[in-house]
Structure formats: C-alpha cells, structure tokens
Design a protein around this ligand. Structure first.
Ligand code: PLP
Length: 417
C-alpha cells in the first residue's frame, strides 16, 4: 500500500521546506552544540560497556545508574541529578521534587499562572482524594499572567513572603495559550525571585524544553529542572522514567520522596534499561532537532494554507510544541486522522474524541508510538472546543514527521481516495 500524497500537497511541502532553510540551519547548529555537550559528559565519565549491565532487586551499587546521574548533572550544569525508571511519568517526577523541598507550613508559588493540568491534583487545587501537598499542610499561591505574559513584579511580591519555600516555573505552555518561556526569560525570572527571597527554591518544569536551546534553566539560576524520559531527554529510546537535576540537597529530598527517607537514591534497580537511557540521551539533541523541524514544517505548511499558527514558523523555538488553530471541529478531526495515518504503529486506526478524565470537554488524540504515550514521537491532540486548536509535537525523524504532516494536509484537503 503506497502512502497517498497528491502532487499538490507534495509541492506545498517542498515550498515550505525551501522557505525554512534558515530556520533549519539554526536548529542544526543548536543540535551540534548540544551533541558536543552530551558527548563531552559521556567521555568525562568514561562511559563503558560495564555501565549497561544493570541490576535487579534492591539495585544497590548500580554503576550505570549512578554514573548516569552524574552525566545528567554535568549536562544540566548542576551539583546532582536523579534519573530513574521508577518515576512513572513527568508528573511523578515534578511531584517528588515538590514534596522533597516543602514541608507543613511552607508555601508553594506557581510563577506563571496555572500549572499543567495533572499538577492540580498534586497541589490540591482539585481534590483527588488523598496525599496532596494541601493535605500535608502546604499552602499554594499563584501569580496570574499579565496580558498573557509573566508578571515579574507580581512574582517578586509573591516570593517575598519568607514562608515561600518553592517557586514553580513551567517552561512549556502546556495547554495554556501563553507563549512558552525562553531560557533567557526564565533567567530573568530567577533573578527577580532570588532578589525577593534567596531561600525559595526555584523548580522548573522542563517538559518539552530540553535541548531546544543550548542552555537549560539550571544554567541561568534555577535550582532544579524536572522532566519526563518519554519526552525530549529520552531521545525516543528510554522506555519510561523521569529525571531531576539541581542542587544536591533538593535532589536528595526528592530521592527520599521517590523511595523512602533513609534509602533515597541508593535503591532502584534498572532491570537492563541502562543502555537505552544512555543511548537515548546520546541521541536526544538530534532527536529534539527532528521534532523541532517537524513542528516548524507543520507551521509553514499550514500557514501557506491560510491557517494561524503559534509560534509562527519564523519564530525561534523554546519547546517542541506547535499550535495550529483549525477553527472548526471537522478540520481538526481530519488533521488528527491524517497524523494517525502517518504513524509507524497503529496507522490503521481512526482517532475519535473521547471524554478524558480531568478535561471539561472531549479530547482527540492522534498517536502511533513505539512507546505508549511518548510525545517525542509524532503526536497531535486537541480539546474539542473553540478555537479548535491542535497541539502537534514530536517526530523521531524529520523525514517521517514531514510525511505525517503531509498526510494530515492530504486528509484535510480531501483529495485522497
Ligand atoms: C508532559 C508534561 C508534564 C508531565 O506530564 P506526564 O504525562 O505526567 O509526563 C508536565 N508539564 C508539562 C508542561 C508537560 O508537557
């Protein structure tokens, strides 16, 4: 069965790609620099075959695991790191980091409006039953956006209370409409927060941002970065897990929460996964560049068809997410259908909107991934509500990402048999 892409759509793709030469060159240069940083960390830590052996049971003395922690710390420019397959997802890693640096009576501040949906249950903004930060006596405050932008003054004011022990900054926009933050902007925010309260730990939810720029938030003043291994830093190969990198005491606090006080980072077997985590990290700068190119390509193609995009194809990127405003539900569904048809896995299924827990309207998701839920692999999702915006992300290779986007356009224009 041949992938059907009409001549018109192929030409549209070629035009888009020609126009993106400069943007692609910039993305390649970032990947080059990040690859060097990763390679240097591998060499400095004398990575060898013995690191890939792994452990079972308690997982004491897992050489590969402990060295990978040090390698992440070097890459993120931090004192320590905790890279574990025992983190079930990004939310779990972020939650562990928060529980690790807060205790009863402390205050947590979210610096850029509401955090990612799944964090609301962790914080206790919505009641999920048991064990939220709120249940443990930790108070939560939120600095609202000002004209949909970070409010630096508001941040300084909120952080100034000495009870504030942690400030959470979300780098990527998630499902919000604000722009994703650049590392430079995060640096500015860190300066302001530190000036107001040097004792507050600054945690950055780094999901979708790793390796998109040549610096990470911890290079510009953040105390911790946290993310998921089935997104950027897993390079498409890590089968599960999360990471935390930052100040030693905060990483230790998170480790005590992931396991238990007294055990911390010393237990946690790797069950033969070390090789994939190393190989994935090695590939990550390149893989992220493939995803960013796919995002920019999708933006340009859709702009040529008259759709509004965010960010615009010409804009410098701060994460791998591409928003496309599809304006009406049918177009949105067709676009997602086409993305699904382009997947290497489950290409024969048709995505349908469904009532996903935690959302106030049906959500449609297109994904055909080797690793369940891996959004470093090409995927598209959208809440079925105005302005019918699709969030596109991932693409293990630009070549396959490009085909997915062209198939989505083909579906949209209705020129297939
Ligand atoms: C993916 C993501 C998370 C964590 O989501 P999980 O599905 O738990 O991995 C948190 N914040 C942002 C901005 C994300 O993109």
């Amino acid at each position: 069965m041949a992938l059907h892409i009409s001549k018109q759509v192929r030409q549209l793709g070629e035009q888009a790609q020609t126009e993106l030469r400069e943007q692609f060159a910039r993305i390649d240069a970032i990947a080059q620099e990040n690859t060097q940083r990763v390679l240097e960390a591998f060499q400095d830590h004398r990575v060898a075959d013995a690191y890939f052996a792994g452990t079972t049971g308690y997982g004491y003395d897992d050489l590969g695991r402990d060295k990978l922690d040090e390698i992440y710390a070097q890459i993120f420019g931090t004192e320590a790191a905790l890279v574990r397959i025992q983190f079930v997802n990004g939310t779990h890693a972020i939650a562990s980091a928060l529980y690790g640096c807060l205790k009863a009576g402390d205050v947590l501040v979210s610096a850029v409006g509401a955090p990612y949906d799944t964090m609301l249950g962790v914080i206790g903004v919505v009641d999920k039953g048991h064990g939220s930060l709120k249940d443990y006596g930790i108070e939560y405050r939120q600095v609202e956006l000002l004209d949909n932008k970070p409010d630096l003054e508001g941040m300084a004011k909120a952080a100034a209370d000495p009870r504030v022990k942690a400030v959470l900054i979300q780098r990527s926009k998630g499902y919000s409409t604000r722009a994703s933050l650049s590392v430079a902007e995060i640096g500015e925010m860190c300066k302001v927060i530190k000036a107001a309260n040097p004792n507050a730990a600054i945690l950055v939810d780094n999901c979708y941002g790793e390796f998109v720029e040549t610096l990470e938030p911890t290079h510009v003043g953040a105390d911790l970065v946290v993310g998921s291994l089935i997104k950027n830093p897993g390079g498409g190969l890590a089968p599960t897990g999360g990471y935390i990198a930052g100040r030693k005491d905060l990483v230790e606090g998170a480790a005590m929460r992931l396991t238990v006080p007294g055990i911390g980072a010393e237990c946690g077997s790797t069950l033969g996964n070390n090789r994939l985590l190393y190989q994935g990290l090695f590939l990550a700068p390149h893989t992220v560049a493939q995803a960013v190119k796919t995002a920019v390509f999708a933006a340009r193609v859709m702009e040529l068809l008259g759709y509004e995009t965010e960010p615009h194809s010409s804009q410098v990127r701060h994460d791998i997410i591409q928003m496309i405003h599809m304006r009406e539900p049918e177009a949105l569904k067709k676009f997602c259908k086409g993305i699904q048809f382009g997947a290497p896995v489950d290409s024969y299924v048709t995505p349908e909107p469904w009532d996903m827990p935690g959302y106030d309207c049906p959500v449609i998701m297109a994904a055909g991934a080797f690793i369940q839920g891996a959004s470093i692999e090409l995927s598209a999702d959208a809440p079925m509500r105005e302005p019918y915006t699709v969030y596109l992300q991932g693409g293990l290779t630009f070549e396959s990402g490009r085909l997915g986007v062209l198939l989505a356009v083909e579906e949209l224009l209705g020129e297939h048999e």
